[in-house]
Design a protein around this ligand. Structure first.
Ligand code: CP3
Length: 345
């Protein structure tokens, strides 16, 4: 019944809606002045993630402004390593940092207690489901094991994930152990979010694009397939979006191999290939976030191309990666208006 009024849930079940429903990755964030204000009040970034009052507020901000069809829980993929006591911190201008992990550290990881540590996140989800309009889909999320592991091994973000790739070649057993441990914790975390009121969940594999063929299979497909099988075994009604950024041609079999209901596409995916993927089920994407920064014709052309090529099948309109802090909030209004004004031609 509620799924009937939640457009994104309908698309996740395979329906085509015209115009397509939309939300934007990182829709709550620094491009919004009201986010910067709450962020300043909250203290540290992790304090913001673990304060249900503040996290609910920043999740709702983009819904109030733009009326997106989905709200995404405000949190971060790195709350899992934080729960694993890796000393995660977000310092201004540095991006995320944590203690880099080695083989011995991996074998010493204790998954018990991680979900209890994340209780404030589940409280945020519960309050959001109460506060959101009935027609707004509430999305939970987590990082994919590979992407989370890249930060755990390097101890910070890197451009090409060389430290994690090297570690995986040198210590295949320990690396496999880390991925499977993250897969199991993340599956429990997604189930807890669903039980708290999330309608659907997204798995972010933001660094899938640096993997070779074998590694994509072993590090991206296998752990995500394990997570999705586990979530669906526990909660058969769960709907799952899997976003493997930069995966290119490997996306051809990604949905079928992982069991995801919908796949997220970045802006490098050609629209003709995206349409092929859409024959197999719902897709989400894939506007270049820089078009939102540029605005004007660049924004309009990018939106129109996606709608013309992909608007006649099951589509959740989104960016191909998160919106950036430089985006002008007025351009986001223009985007929403243009997508909502599309009349199927
Ligand atoms: O609105 C939303 O999408 C919900 C919130 C959300 C955040 N991070 C908030 C955030 C989500 C879904 C994420 C996911 C996330 N976090 C990913 C996967 C998606 C992606 O963007 O690739 C990754 C890799 C991370 C790890 C992370 N968190 C990084 C690398 C950074 C620093 C880079 C940056 O953009 O500053 C963060 C910090 C972060 N997470 C911010 C926000 C709003 C900015 C921090 C701040 O406000 O000071």
């Amino acid at each position: 019944m509620t799924d009937e009024c939640r457009k994104i849930m309908r698309v996740l079940s395979g329906e085509t809606l015209s115009p397509p429903p939309l939300w934007l990755m990182r829709q709550a964030g620094r491009y919004l002045p009201e986010y910067r204000e709450t962020r300043a009040k909250a203290g540290s970034f992790l304090d913001l993630c673990y304060s249900p009052d503040h996290a609910v507020e920043v999740t709702l901000q983009p819904i109030r402004r733009y009326g997106f069809d989905a709200a995404i829980l405000f949190s971060d993929i790195l709350v899992i390593p934080d729960g694993l006591k890796r000393n995660v911190r977000f310092t201004e201008g540095h991006g995320p940092e944590m203690d880099p992990i080695d083989e011995a550290g991996i074998l010493a990881l204790k998954p018990d207690g991680v979900i209890a540590h994340l209780a404030p996140v589940m409280e945020t989800v519960r309050r959001l489901r109460q506060d959101l309009p009935a027609e707004t889909t509430l999305l939970g999320f987590c990082g994919a094991p590979w992407t989370v592991a890249t930060y755990m091994i390097a101890g910070h973000g890197t451009p090409d994930q060389a430290p994690a790739r090297l570690f995986a070649y040198r210590h295949p057993k320990a690396f496999e152990h880390l991925l499977m441990l993250l897969a199991d914790i993340s599956a429990s975390y997604l189930v807890a979010q669903i039980d708290a009121g999330a309608d659907a969940v997204q798995i972010f594999d933001s660094w899938a694009g640096v993997l070779g063929e074998r590694e994509f299979e072993a590090f991206a497909v296998k752990p995500v397939a394990r997570m999705i099988a586990s979530v669906k075994a526990q909660r058969p009604q769960a709907r799952i979006i899997a976003f493997a950024k930069g995966a290119g041609y490997q996306l051809k079999t990604y949905r079928q191999k992982t069991g995801a209901d919908a796949i997220g596409l970045d802006w490098s995916v050609p629209l003709a290939f995206a349409r092929e993927l859409q024959q197999e089920g719902p897709i989400q994407g894939n506007l270049d976030p820089m078009r939102v920064v540029a605005g004007g014709k660049a924004l309009e052309d990018g939106i129109d191309d996606i709608l013309q090529h992909l608007g006649h099948g099951p589509l959740i309109f989104n960016l191909g990666h998160g919106i950036t802090p430089q985006a002008d909030p007025t351009n986001v209004s223009a985007l929403v208006e243009r997508v909502r004004g599309w009349r199927g031609r």
